[in-house]
Write a protein that binds this ligand. Sequence first.
Ligand code: F0G
Length: 469
Amino acid sequence: MAKRPIEPFRIKVTEPISLPSREERDKCINEAGYNVFRIKAKDIFVDLLTDSGTGAMSQKQWAGIMIGDESYAGGRNWFHFERTIKDIFQKNFVLPCHQGRVAENIFFSTVLRKGDYVPNNTHFDTTRANTMHKGGIAVDLPCAELDDEKSDFPFKGNFDTDGLRALIEKVGPDSIPVVIITLTNNSAGGLPVSMANIAEVRQICDQYGLLLFFDAARFAENAYFIKKYEAGFENSTIREIAQRMGAYADGVMMSAKKDGLANMGGFLAVNDEKLAGRLKELLILIEGFPTYGGLNGRDLEAIAIGLEEALEEDYLAYRTGQIRYFGEILQEVGCPIITPTGGHAIFIDAGRFLPHIEPVRFPGQSLTVELYRRGGIRGVEIGSLMFGGVDPNTGDVLSPKREMVRLAVPRRMYTCSHLEYVADIMAEVVRDKDKLCGYEIIHEPTFLRHFTCTMKELAGKPAGVVSER
Ligand code: F0G
């Protein structure tokens, strides 16, 4: 039996949730064009769509909200925010913005030229889309261990450093404006990157004179895994590990909606004054004055406090323990997941789970729809729907390596009983999985199609039997 982690907090404020009837759920998913992004949140029972901006804030953060200083320039919360980020990431200049993809937009608009290559251990969807939107070519270079299902190597989020060298030799360093390490590697299972791997990427960047940036959305979870699994870090604090990681990078882009433990926010932090100046110009143009950058003073305060709380070891032990527990109970009911489990989500191997549905018919989407129908659970497809289609720049047909469904766990929000409920529903889906059918897209936009596209089922009838619930 899997071991439950205990929440290192007690609940002071509650938010009601309820399960719509099966009939209502069928109606909702149908009206949403079989796209769970289009369902109203009130019609979801357990929402595992994302861990981004969905977590619960602490009493200290809520208290911080009350000391928000909404001055247009130089508000007090800005200085707290700036000081905290400079210290954790060891950077000289901080630029606030309202979420991670704005940091990406500002950064790529500033450094990228058309036709440039951007290597990343694995791009997150907005990072990829922002690169492509500016005419860049996003190259994923995950390590080889990631594809070895039997390997329990803890740092499957690592960068393929041989692949990076090969790419640089092939296209030349001049067409690579930046190398990005995503911490943890969200699209590759939320798995961490080791300090040794970060150091090696740094060394390669130094050799070729390349900039190294982190996409640091889940840096604290990454640091915890380093402490737990990488020799030499057992006695370091999470802050020390984060600082050491940060010191390897020339800059950081971060969505504060994950390990910032906040509901909104993001930032860029860099060492180079000239680069900071160029980034600031665009920041002012599209986000706001550099001491608030599209955020309220109170948001800056909540993020500054959240970043500190995300470094607490008992919190991280619980956080990663809850994800591990969730993975174990899903496996116990026969659901194939990517292992080892990472820091923020369970990734179900939908290709293996539903081998009768071809990737072009979106097996991950089929499972996502079924989880909603059966239990009002919202996950997200990470496979051919999210990462397939046609590259708008090159016209290439894209096909991801894996068909997955991600069940992301918001921070400090759901208890283990919510997760056990999901495992119970999954047991029903496992029983009837052969009845699930494929999907076809009816309408799609050019970029990030999974957010807004509509689909239709390829079988006449909804799969599965009507649940008791
Ligand atoms: N980078 C990574 C690794 C992310 O996971 C995300 C967002 C972003 C950048 C963009 O940040 O949402 O603040 O603009 N990930 C969310 C997710 C949406 O569900 O994984 P944002």
